[in-house]
Ligand binder design. Structure first.
Ligand SMILES: NC(=O)c1ccc[n+]([C@@H]2O[C@H](COP(=O)([O-])OP(=O)(O)OC[C@H]3O[C@@H](n4cnc5c(N)ncnc54)[C@H](O)[C@@H]3O)[C@@H](O)[C@H]2O)c1
Length: 310
């Protein structure tokens, strides 16, 4: 990467998402400075980055382009882009953005990785709101290609364009979300499906294992290469209407989260961390799921990189 295209990038928060975002941007040649207030997280950053290097067979030389800071100001120095991956709390994010604005140029792009908080709210009190937007990476950000680039009512077209370019050049697949709606696009789709899955299990139509088998071995088997709109066109929009006419009135429309979900929480069934959630888990079974996912995503990431001739 030449000096002109290399950017100085600030990352706020070196946790789960922040370290992966730092990695993927350093891997393509940018200089990355991470502000992480917790000493333990700063200390473990090299190990966590090393684990990604090993997973992806990357060149460890990229570490030279990532440094961790215990203060905001040095991490923001000369930054052209800032990606915020701090805890999901609006007052905290607002305070962080107000601080950042004091130390960066008016045109520095300020992107929040919030899963649900609109960047409209995060940037509400800033002077230069046209450079604020959402960049919703998916976990793990160094492996999942998609990034939703969410424009809010104040974001300029130039901010969207520059952010999409940076992410595309880093090997990501950015999509432009034109309005700052809750859940953006990906989580709305994901949770529409989960809502129906929970209702099917709650009403005894099938068990949770069956839901996972149906998705993984059924339409999920083709989802990576065929989106739902392509699929509608493949079978015909007329067939899609015929099915909608019959089916939609039967789909779950429980207002708010399903009581089945609340009952799980009340019973302490929180998922793998408590040994039971939707399904039952031994620690070994839970580890096997994590390994399966990590290996699958890493194999896909490597194949993409090989395809790009990197
Ligand atoms: N975990 C996911 O799957 C996921 C996916 C997409 C988006 N997100 C979003 O990304 C953001 C970060 O999530 P995460 O999972 O990485 O959380 P995390 O808890 O792993 O990391 C957050 C980091 O921010 C640090 N931090 C705390 N206060 C700070 C401050 N004042 N300034 C800077 N850093 C501070 C913490 O020490 C921690 O290391 C959240 O907004 C979350 O909603 C998470």
């Amino acid at each position: 990467m030449d000096a002109q295209t290399q950017q100085k990038i600030g990352i706020i928060g070196g946790g789960l998402m922040g370290h992966g975002i730092a990695y993927l941007l350093a891997a393509v040649g940018h200089e990355v400075a991470v502000f992480e207030p917790a000493a333990e997280l700063r200390d473990t950053l090299p190990q966590r980055l090393q684990a990604i290097v090993e997973l992806l067979d990357d060149d460890p030389a990229l570490f030279r382009r990532i440094c961790a800071h215990d203060a905001l100001v040095p991490a923001m120095r000369d930054a052209t882009f800032v990606f915020e991956a701090a805890p999901e709390k609006l007052p905290l994010k607002q305070q962080i953005f107000a601080e950042i604005e004091k130390y960066v140029a008016p045109e520095t792009i300020l992107a929040s990785n919030s899963s649900a908080i609109p960047s409209t709210e995060i940037g509400r009190h800033l002077r230069h709101r046209e450079r604020v937007l959402g960049t919703h990476f998916w976990n793990p950000p160094h492996l999942v290609p998609l990034v939703e680039v969410i424009q809010n009512e104040k974001t300029s077209a130039e901010t969207v364009r520059a952010t999409m370019d940076l992410l595309r050049d880093a090997g990501k697949v950015p999509v432009h979300v034109r309005r700052d709606v809750p859940g953006f696009v990906g989580n709305r789709l994901q949770h529409a499906m989960k809502r129906e899955a929970i209702a099917l299990v709650a009403s005894g139509v099938c068990d949770a294992e069956t839901i996972d088998t149906v998705v993984r071995e059924g339409f999920g088997a083709r989802t990576a290469v065929l989106g739902p709109m392509e699929q509608s066109d493949l079978v015909g929009v007329d067939l899609t209407l015929d099915i909608a006419e019959v089916l939609y009135k039967h789909l779950d429309a429980t207002p708010g989260p399903h009581p089945f979900l609340r009952a799980k929480i009340k019973a302490g069934k929180l998922g793998m961390k408590t040994g039971e959630g939707m399904r039952k888990w031994t620690p070994e079974q839970a580890d096997a799921v994590r390994r399966r996912l990590s290996r699958f995503l890493a194999a896909q990431a490597k194949a993409r990189k090989a395809g790009l001739g990197k």
